[in-house]
Design a protein around this ligand. Structure first.
Ligand code: NAG
Ligand code: NAG
Ligand code: NAG
Length: 664
């Protein structure tokens, strides 16, 4: 799926259960109020297979002087389908069930004459055998727009579309059990759902925030409630300029929706003829999921004896009782390897299943693409040649039919002959060693920041509400990677050769595997080491917990939006529910050992996984963040601060972008 949005207007909201001080946030008055067409444009950019909208009108009986307290809702326009919209917009609507499509209907913004909910759903179809058009509407007039993937928890037949299955399940639900259905889903998702029988709107985002969903809570200036996968470009002019002249920070129009399940019931008592909607937040009903969200680890601090015998203990002892079933493969070689690999073995199995779920192609929608099937490269990996992306690539090889090529996407800002490409190239050579039969394509994407003025502006709107240089640098790297436009070397190139010939190539893989979540869960960041040195295991654990609990806010929404902009879907194997559970189940000292130097002790357990996969070189690579590895940070510092050194002194990475300073 691909992107969703909703605008509600003409309703007075009660937000008091969400915001303790019930005063509405006050926006700066120069904020633009944008309408459904702005949201539509932002989603259309993603190049969906289909983009549809549905408007729901709610009539308050009081307005009509009816004695009965009942809200009547009606759907206007039904679903309209837009397809083949690239380029010429005038003629790109097709008729659905013979109804007349509304061409570019323009809606007045605030205030609305009546209460209305306007749904948008863009579909990049990856599952099911017949085309799906969102919003999905069932016979009971429930409406669903959905952006996600169900990888487990709910059974999806191999020829079924997960959105349609979800619509059916939600429809079967009696009032109150909507959170029950949503709590079962394993995988990344964001939804907006109108439950007709209860006159209730539901919106929700998965527990880790692996799919973006932005919200505009009603304010004095703009009393509507808006939800959207991405913020439209027009809003960015204002929102990026959030530092006011006198240094106070203004509120952004959009914020990341905090993960969870929300409802707005529309039948609260109304006042002077205006419908009132009461916003509530609901708990997850799945205890396993609750555990993952709390992210409490049982064994954080080792006793001295744990450090000596921890490995053999976990062979027989308490820690592994809940581990994955019986298929832990015994390692044949020497006893030392057996002892290092029992927890790693479990992580390896969980990760392999995670990659399997994220790359199984029997569920990939292929109608109309039969001609292309032969040469299709369905899945790509965001690739640095570092530990995380090497593990993902090696596992993808094990999961994917041998006849498919695999694209490894690498961005560099250091020019063609980048010395920076060294570890990516070395990584491909190592993958070729362990998987010689696979055709690996290293796609080298070369960028020069100075020529990317237009793109930079665009990416600023994608990362919004994130707004630091660091966010922008990462955003640009991801956006370019997802674009997939680069160079590949001729077949069987040994990347150690100086003079190899390369060919222009554009990766078309719609699924992009990304290593997010590995550093947070396995202590890969430099500040983890700092915390450990200063405060030992407990403060390390606290820092990691903080990382996991804010990853939705700091990373995932931003990353999802930058990748989805190219009609690609980001999938995060390290953030699979089972992988998180398995990693959390081990004592912290099995996961990481920060007494050892960088490249050995950090992410210790993943290094062992790499060893098990035969990736001996990758197993000992130190961490390099994407924005430094690709040199975009250095280039951006030079551009904005004169030199890299000056920028470091000014802590440039975390500085908020001030529009006039650098985007001019
Ligand atoms: C500074 O910002 C605040 C809040 O936006 C505003 O009320 C105040 O008038 C501003 N002061 C000046 C000197 O611009
Ligand atoms: C180190 O720990 C002390 C107290 O435990 C604390 O006051 C200090 O801020 C910590 N420093 C860092 C860099 O975390
Ligand atoms: C490209 O590869 C280099 C190492 O060769 C790495 O440092 C950089 O982060 C990679 N870029 C991306 C976008 O993965």
């Amino acid at each position: 799926m691909c992107g969703i949005a909703l605008i509600i207007c003409g309703i007075r909201f009660h937000l008091s259960s969400l915001f303790l001080n019930s005063t509405l946030p006050v926006l700066n008055s120069d904020q633009l109020a944008f309408d459904i067409d702005d949201l539509r444009e932002a989603l259309r950019r993603r190049g969906p297979d289909r983009l549809g909208s549905t408007k729901l009108l709610l009539h308050s009986p009081i307005l009509n002087r009816l004695p009965v307290r009942e809200i009547v809702s009606s759907i206007e326009g039904e679903v309209k389908e837009e397809s083949g919209c690239e380029g010429d917009e005038g003629n790109c609507f097709s008729l659905e069930n013979g109804r007349t499509p509304h061409l570019h209907t323009h809606f007045s913004t605030i205030p609305c004459s009546s209460a209305e909910l306007h749904f948008l759903g863009a579909t990049l179809q990856l599952r099911g055998v017949s085309p799906v058009v969102q919003p999905l509407i069932d016979s009971a007039k429930n409406i669903l727009v959905y952006n996600g993937e169900i990888f487990g928890g709910i059974d999806i037949g191999s020829d079924e579309n997960d959105g349609e299955v979800l619509l059916q399940l939600l429809g079967e639900c009696c009032l109150g059990s909507i959170p029950g259905v949503l709590s079962r889903i394993k995988g990344p998702w964001a939804i907006i759902y109108w439950q007709e029988s209860a006159k209730t709107l539901w919106f929700a985002r998965d527990a880790f925030g692996r799919r973006s969903l932005l919200v505009h809570w009603p304010t004095e200036e703009d009393s509507r409630l808006l939800l959207s996968s991405v913020s439209p470009v027009s809003s960015n002019e204002h929102s990026s300029d959030i530092e006011a002249e006198n240094g106070t920070t203004k509120l952004n129009f959009w914020e990341e929706l905090r993960c969870g399940i929300y409802s707005i019931s529309m039948d609260a008592p109304d006042v002077d003829g205006v419908l009132v909607g009461e916003v509530k937040k609901h708990d997850w009903t799945n205890p396993v999921l609750e555990e993952l969200i709390k992210w409490e680890r049982t064994y954080v601090e080792p006793k001295p004896e744990d450090l000596h015998i921890s490995h053999s203990k976990s062979l027989t002892g308490k820690h592994d009782t809940h581990l994955v079933n019986s298929d832990i493969v015994p390692i044949k070689s020497g006893s030392i390897q057996v002892s290092i690999s029992v927890p790693a073995q479990a992580v390896l199995i969980a990760l392999r299943e995670s990659v399997m779920r994220r790359s199984s192609l029997h569920t990939v929608f292929q109608a109309g693409r039969l001609d292309m099937r032969k040469e299709i490269v369905p899945v790509a990996v965001l690739f640095s040649g570092g530990l995380d992306s090497m593990i993902i690539a090696a596992l993808l090889h094990q999961c994917l039919d041998p006849s498919y090529d695999i694209d490894l996407l690498n961005v560099s800002f250091d020019g063609r002959s980048a010395p920076d490409r060294i570890s990516a190239r070395a990584g491909v050579n190592e993958l070729r060693r362990i998987a010689p039969s696979r055709k690996w394509k290293l796609v080298e994407i070369n960028a020069e920041l100075s020529t990317l003025t237009f793109e930079t502006k665009h990416v600023m709107s994608l990362i919004n509400p994130a707004n630091t240089y660091m966010d922008l640098n990462i955003g640009i790297a991801l956006w370019l990677a997802a674009g997939g436009d680069g160079w590949v070397y001729e077949e069987n190139t040994n990347y150690n050769d100086e003079d190899c010939r390369c060919i222009k190539y554009k990766s078309k893989a719609r699924i992009l595997l990304v290593g997010s979540g590995a550093d947070e869960q396995c202590a890969g960041y430099g500040r983890h080491r700092t915390k450990y040195r200063n405060g030992s295991w407990l403060s390390l654990n606290e820092e990691m917990k903080l990382d996991m609990q804010r990853i939705w806010k700091r990373n995932l929404g931003r990353d999802d939006r930058c990748i989805a902009d190219h009609g690609k879907e980001a999938r995060f194997p390290f953030l699979d529910e089972d992988v998180i559970r398995i990693l959390l189940g081990f004592p912290l000292w099995e996961v990481t050992n920060l007494d050892q130097p960088s490249g050995i002790g950090d992410k210790k357990i993943l290094r062992e996984v790499a060893e098990l996969l035969g990736l001996h070189e990758a197993a000992s690579l130190p961490k390099r963040a994407i924005q430094f590895g690709s040199r975009i940070a250095r280039e951006s510092n030079r551009k904005n601060y004169g030199s890299n050194r000056a920028a470091n002194q000014a802590s440039a990475g975390s500085a908020v972008i001030h529009k006039r300073l650098d985007m001019a």
